[in-house]
Design a binder for this molecule. Structure first.
Ligand SMILES: [Zn+2]
Length: 243
């Protein structure tokens, strides 16, 4: 006879394990049922994840991508290279559109644990997610960058602050680099509930994917307009691979 646990925490674990036996979770990349011990991705897809091996946080390909203006980004890191329509692009699609932010959150949290041991978060006193407009958030059910920020906060214990708000704006597709940046700058403003940045020496911006970098540069400019001395670093789930 199967004995049901009596306390709530054990009961929840028991139900979760029972569901895993009846309906094993599937890998979001290949769609195959995951084996016991596999977490977030199956072992094969985890092995084939195009990870970004960054040993230098202060001068890497993300800095190059974000070098549109003179103000420097202090540290930068991403988990993997994103190539649209590739199998691993499903990680971004799941995180962003398919109500599975847990996929990206889990991978970014793992990455954050490694970064923490390397000093990436030293001196950072605030995590700021890139916002989405409230209509988009309502339609999607969540802001994936906020979810990712919370995942990093759970590893680092650095607080998440909603410093920036988003205005509704058009698509970035087919715009020139300078128009994209102008458009991104007009898309964000300081949140009415933003705290005073006088005490913030170093802010970490978190977003899902870096493509042109215009969004992150626009957010960084808002921070520097509020507090020119505050250092800004960047952490994302993915970096689009430019062909
Ligand atoms: Zn897989």
């Amino acid at each position: 006879m199967i004995m049901m646990p009596t306390d709530f925490t054990s009961l929840r674990t028991w139900v979760s394990e029972l569901v895993d036996v009846v309906m094993p979770p599937v890998c979001p990349v290949c769609g195959k049922a995951m084996l016991p011990g596999e977490r977030t991705l199956c072992l094969q897809c985890r092995f084939e994840l195009p990870r970004i091996a960054i040993s230098d946080f202060t001068d890497n390909e993300i800095h190059t991508r974000l070098a549109m203006t003179a103000r420097p980004i202090t540290r930068a890191s991403s988990v993997f290279h994103y190539l649209p329509a590739s199998p691993h692009s499903r990680i971004v699609l799941a995180t962003k559109y398919a109500r599975r932010p847990d996929v990206g959150c889990s991978l970014l949290a793992e990455h954050a644990r490694t970064l923490m041991s390397q000093g990436f978060f030293d001196g950072i006193d605030m995590i700021v997610p890139v916002p989405v407009h409230w209509i988009k958030r309502l339609r999607r059910g969540y802001n994936q960058s906020e979810e990712l920020a919370r995942a990093v906060s759970s590893v680092t214990s650095i607080p998440v602050i909603s410093l920036i708000s988003a205005r509704r704006h058009g698509t970035q597709t087919h715009r020139s680099a300078s128009l994209r940046l102008d458009n991104a700058r007009s898309a964000f403003h300081v949140s009415p509930t933003a705290p005073d940045l006088a005490d913030a020496s170093h802010i970490l911006l978190i977003d899902d994917v870096i493509t042109t970098g215009a969004t992150l540069i626009a957010c960084r400019d808002i921070i520097h307009a509020l507090s020119p001395a505050t250092a800004v670093s960047v952490l994302t789930l993915a970096l689009t691979r430019l062909r």
